[in-house]
Design a protein. Structure first.
Length: 268
């Protein structure tokens, strides 16, 4: 899906659609890519000056929200289908990050470069105006332009006033980070419903993007253990200790690995 590809060469749309193969292994990507292409052409047909970012944003908003009726799934926010881009395109329902990928890819086809913004708890997009100032777009709010004050209001809503907006919250994120955030959303949904098999599949995808992520290796170990894959769990715990020998939980992890090995020995 991503492998060792340089970030700027990653096909974000194709990679995001490929995530859905965790649920739909026979999914054909091309019809959905063609649908995004068609939306992009419709936006282009409504823009006379491609140098006018505001006009392009207005055209995208008309096509996606007024004509196609894309919207946030506020009633069933944690439905995993909100994170599968084929379902988002079919149902026209999503969460901030999946709707933002649709918006970003349509904008790209209309000649407007946008960047993902991984604000805690709420994903945004942004572009830069001719003076180099960032313009923030909340796709979950029908493509509204939002101020830093409104971003703070969103953080207050999510974190009950315990998190102040910091400049780094509005920094553009890489394509790898966008894909990983999508995967982490799915992982948390599956783990909370104790669907460990699907959670494991998602963690495998995260590790395909960041193979040297100690926390994900440790989490995969726990998932494998829950699924009675004790040998796989031990291998992951050993890898975690090699990656993070001085981790605060290193002694606990060593004890856990030793306990699993003793259990395996009793089975032989």
């Amino acid at each position: 899906m991503v492998g060792r590809t340089d970030d700027e060469r990653i096909d974000l749309l194709r990679a995001a659609l490929a995530i859905a193969r965790a649920e739909y292994p026979d999914l054909r990507l091309e019809p959905y890519i063609a649908r995004i292409d068609s939306l992009g052409r419709r936006v282009c047909s409504q823009v006379s000056d491609y140098g006018d970012a505001n006009a392009t944003i207005a055209a995208i908003n008309r096509v996606l929200f007024d004509q196609e009726h894309f919207r946030g799934n506020r009633e069933h926010y944690y439905d995993p289908r909100n994170s599968f881009l084929n379902e988002v395109l079919d149902r026209k329902l999503g969460i901030p990050i999946s709707l933002s990928i649709v918006y970003l890819e349509v904008a790209k086809r209309a000649g407007l470069p946008l960047f993902g913004v991984g604000m805690p708890g709420h994903f945004l997009l942004k572009h830069y105006d001719p003076e180099g100032r960032q313009v923030l777009i909340d796709v979950y709010d029908r493509g509204a332009i939002v101020s830093s004050g409104e971003c703070q209001n969103k953080l207050d809503e999510i974190y009950l006033g315990h998190l102040d907006l910091r400049p780094e919250f509005l920094v553009a994120v890489s394509k790898r980070q966008i894909l990983t955030r999508m995967l982490n959303n799915l992982k948390n949904i599956y783990a909370s419903s104790r669907n460990f098999r699907k959670a494991l599949l998602i963690v495998d995808m995260v590790l395909a993007i960041y193979p040297r992520s100690p926390e994900d290796v440790k989490q995969r170990a726990m998932l494998r253990y829950s699924l009675d894959d004790w040998r796989g769990a031990v291998d992951d715990l050993d890898d975690y200790l090699k990656m993070s020998p001085d981790a605060s939980d290193a002694d606990e992890i060593r004890e856990t690995a030793l306990s699993i090995r003793r259990g395996l020995a009793r089975l032989n």
